[in-house]
Design a protein. Structure first.
Ligand code: SF4
Ligand code: SF4
Lengths: 451, 341
């Protein structure tokens, strides 16, 4: 059987499940990327990815330059962390990340000459990105990506070099760059596609070479026509195709994206590589380009600081490890009615109990919501309207699973495939009875006995 | 050394700015909900969908219709208030579900029903049909149909075929029997145009196919009613009645009678689509609809009753919990792999 014959052509796509929340992107969509002034200090968590934690490799009170390695691990599924600013380290302390995990972090006090403002933006996203300088050897590309500490910047924070390391028995035919940015409010990827399409294209070519993909697609939701135009212009002369997606949450979920663009279904419990596809966020691709072509690590990222609870929503280029409080201060502070600060978007993000938490590689945004945006009608009994069933992108029966989880009826929860839930939030978003379906299912997945 | 880290943390805190910090609350995602979807909103949708049906019934049956609808609705509201206060629960009139039950019940009665029939049906609908199961969401049977079935058995004279017909009333339509009775017992076929428009005898809400289609299609567009249910009911009856007409071309129960006469459209759009008592999944809804369609056709064709929508819905309501357990889809990507032990 020839693998060639079974490769489906990438195409524009749509999703018949999911929901269509008011995207509120207008709050920050037109704010050009601004560079956050160098903070007085950062705290760089040693574990920002899915996988093994890093060991600190710098002593306290040592001077570090921008890009120096702060922590690394020998484990394959891990990603080193680097100094985002020049300065002096302090003793490793603990920070609590938005997902509730307490991890060690290396504090750095800013000291000495810093690259700032436009110069910083240009160093990371500007300048030429010569495609012919991408190494021919896939292993060289993977090694550069690994050394740069790149993880999925869309939020999952899975080490990118692991994704790019192809296994013999699992050939990859398609690379999809995820520019869907389907979470409401967030505009970080949108601004990046508008303002720095070239490194995205270069990163896509490098990643495709690393995995040996025959086709590359950049998938963008059709509510971002400017980004589609800009990317189409940037891919001219390359084999990359820009495909439009209908706007629907959770289009940016890996499974949904692969289904919409190729028609392939990733098996439950499996990975995209099981169907020969690698999905990579557009921001990740830009980081890959910088690692491969310039040998520079991932130390900064773009964060949308937005929501009705933020005085002046902005898209900021920030050093990893900076406190959310500084981002908020740079955006004019919180409005008096701000009640919920979410790391990420409102559908899947984690709330912050305090703003004194460092930004990590996986932070795509800070969405601050007000009482009026999160207001809910009181919960009633399930009226069995089936809307949760209609919207579930995995085709589950959320009401049965959630109520089984609430009553700890684990065999029912399992019979209805509780573990296949991707926690996208569509069912809870849509439920007219306002039952916290996703929350109950998530809790159930955590409590589910092993057998 | 340890202190040094503390200081760093403390300075980071103060970097938040001078403005007083609003209290940030922690909660699991998702953090937003569709503001246009609430239980009450769905029920109000149904009332809006019923508006053309109510209007048509008032036009055809004048104040008889007004009276029946008002009596049934007030009885249901009173019964709901009584039931919730007996169970010491917060009053649930605000979810409008009792009002929906009342209006549908009123529309399913004949114009001539004595006032106490509506009252008893209302109290039975809410009390036996809903409250004893634990309230909205837990009931197995459509409450309005429970109420109607009860009075139909308790007061056969007031709800039988004869109750529809009367002479000497200032209503033109009631001088003749209902179209299905006419077809069944006297082999007289009514023209399809009056059937479609609704200027014929029958229960208050069922006569006008036009009004049911208008309100029902709107409900489906709003997705308050699942289109799968009316589509499969009407489709099934159309197929069976079509075959019947081919086999017995001389029968007065024509395809048009099956589809436009009686309570088929009213039942398909407004009764069978009650979310609580119909299945959750696409396949479940289709099986449910086909079941109702087959039962309606069987009862109309072979039983002594001219109409079968009520019994068909009640029977399929009883099957719904089973359907929910039988027909649910595998997740996209296949069943979840067994847990590793
Ligand atoms: S959306 Fe809510 S009310 Fe409707 S079936 Fe699902 S859980 Fe029940
Ligand atoms: S059950 Fe899970 S996958 Fe399905 S809609 Fe709800 S959160 Fe999303």
């Amino acid at each position: 059987m020839s693998a060639q014959a079974t490769v489906p052509q990438v195409h524009s796509g749509s999703l018949s499940w999911g929901v269509h929340p008011d995207d509120r992107k207008q709050l920050s969509a037109d704010a050009p990327i601004e560079v956050l002034p160098t903070p007085a200090q950062v705290r760089v968590p040693l574990l920002q990815h899915l996988g093994a934690p890093n060991e600190a490799v710098v002593k306290p009170r040592t001077a570090v330059a921008w890009g120096d390695v702060l922590g690394r691990s020998d484990a394959f599924v891990s990603a080193p962390v680097h100094a985002p600013i020049a300065g002096k380290t302090a003793r490793v302390g603990a920070v609590t990340l938005p997902n509730g995990r307490r991890v060690a972090a290396v504090p750095i006090k800013a000291d000495g000459e810093q690259v700032e403002g436009r110069a910083l933006f240009d160093a990371i996203y500007g300048g030429p990105w010569p495609h012919d300088e991408i190494p021919d050897d896939p292993r060289a590309i993977v090694a550069a990506v690994r050394e740069a500490g790149i993880v999925g910047l869309g939020g999952a924070a899975f080490p990118t070099h692991v994704k790019l390391s192809v296994r013999e028995d699992r050939p990859i035919h398609t690379l999809i760059l995820n520019g869907a940015e389907c979470e409401p409010y967030l505009t970080a990827d949108y601004r990046l596609m508008l303002e720095a399409p070239e490194p995205i294209v270069a990163g896509a070519l490098a990643a495709a070479r690393a995995v040996g993909a025959q086709q590359i697609a950049i998938a963008i939701e059709d509510n971002k026509p400017a980004a589609i135009g800009e990317m189409k212009r940037a891919v001219a002369g390359t084999p990359i195709r820009v495909v439009e997606l209908t706007t629907r949450y959770p289009m940016g979920g890996e499974r949904q994206l692969i289904y919409a663009v190729t028609g392939l279904v990733v098996p439950t419990g499996g990975l995209p590589l099981d169907v020969g596809v690698v999905v990579m966020n557009v921001g990740t691709a830009a980081a890959v380009a910088r690692a491969v072509l310039r040998g520079k690590p991932l130390t900064h990222r773009i964060v949308s600081v937005t929501g009705e609870g933020i005085a002046t929503p902005k898209n900021l280029l920030v050093p990893i490890g900076v406190s959310y409080a500084e981002l908020v201060a740079c955006c004019g502070g919180l409005t008096p009615d701000a009640t919920r600060a979410v790391a990420g978007g409102p559908m899947m993000g984690f709330t912050l109990g305090s703003l004194d938490i460092p930004v990590t590689k996986g932070t795509s945004g800070l969405t601050v919501l007000t009482d009026s945006t999160i207001k809910k009608a009181p919960e009633t009994n399930c009226v069995r309207c089936g809307r949760c069933v209609d919207v579930c992108p995995i085709r589950l029966v959320p009401t049965r699973i959630a109520l089984a989880a609430r009553h700890k009826a684990w065999d029912i929860a399992r019979a209805y495939h509780i573990t296949a839930c991707i926690e996208c939030g569509c069912c809870a978003y849509t439920c007219p009875a306002n039952i916290p379906l996703t929350q109950l299912i998530r809790m159930g997945k955590a409590e589910l006995p092993r057998s | 050394m340890h202190d040094e880290f503390r200081t760093l943390e403390a300075t980071a805190e103060s970097a938040g700015g001078a403005a007083p910090m609003p209290a940030l609350r922690v909660a699991p995602s998702p953090h937003i909900a569709d503001p246009s979807l609430t239980t009450a909103r769905m029920m109000i949708d149904v009332l809006i969908g019923l508006a053309p049906v109510i209007a048509m019934s008032v036009w055809v049956f004048r104040w008889y219709a007004v009276l029946q609808i008002v009596i049934a609705t007030l009885s249901c509201l009173a019964a709901e208030a009584l039931a919730t206060s007996m169970r010491r629960r917060a009053l649930t009139l605000g979810d409008f579900s009792a009002a929906v039950t009342g209006v549908i019940l009123g529309l399913s009665l004949p114009w001539s029903a004595p006032w106490y029939v509506g009252v008893i049906a209302g109290f039975i609908a809410i009390g036996l049909g809903k409250a004893v199961f634990g309230g909205l969401g837990y009931n197995v049977f459509n409450p309005a149909m429970v109420g109607r079935a009860f009075v139909m058995i308790a007061f056969p004279g007031a709800l039988g075929a004869a109750a529809y017909q009367a002479q000497g009333v200032a209503l033109h339509v009631v001088t003749e029997a209902t179209p299905l009775t006419l077809a069944k017992q006297s082999a007289i076929a009514t023209d399809w145009w009056p059937l479609f428009l609704g200027t014929v005898n029958g229960s208050l809400g069922e006569t006008s196919a036009l009004a049911c289609l208008l309100g029902g299609l709107w409900l489906c567009l709003r997705r308050t009613a699942s289109w799968e249910i009316p589509a499969s009911i009407v489709g099934t009856v159309a197929v069976l009645a079509g075959i019947g007409q081919l086999v017995r071309p001389d029968s007065p129960m024509t395809l048009a009678h099956h589809l436009l006469g009686g309570a088929l459209l009213f039942g398909a759009f407004f009764i069978a689509t009650d979310p609580v008592t119909s299945p959750l999944t696409f396949r479940g809804k289709v099986v449910f609809g086909i079941g109702i369609g087959v039962l309606v056709w069987l009862i109309r064709t072979f039983s002594g009753y001219p109409e079968g929508v009520m019994f068909a819905v009640l029977v399929m309501n009883a099957v719904t919990p089973l359907l929910n357990r039988w027909v649910y889809p595998d997740p996209l990507g296949g069943p979840a792999p067994a847990p590793k032990s």
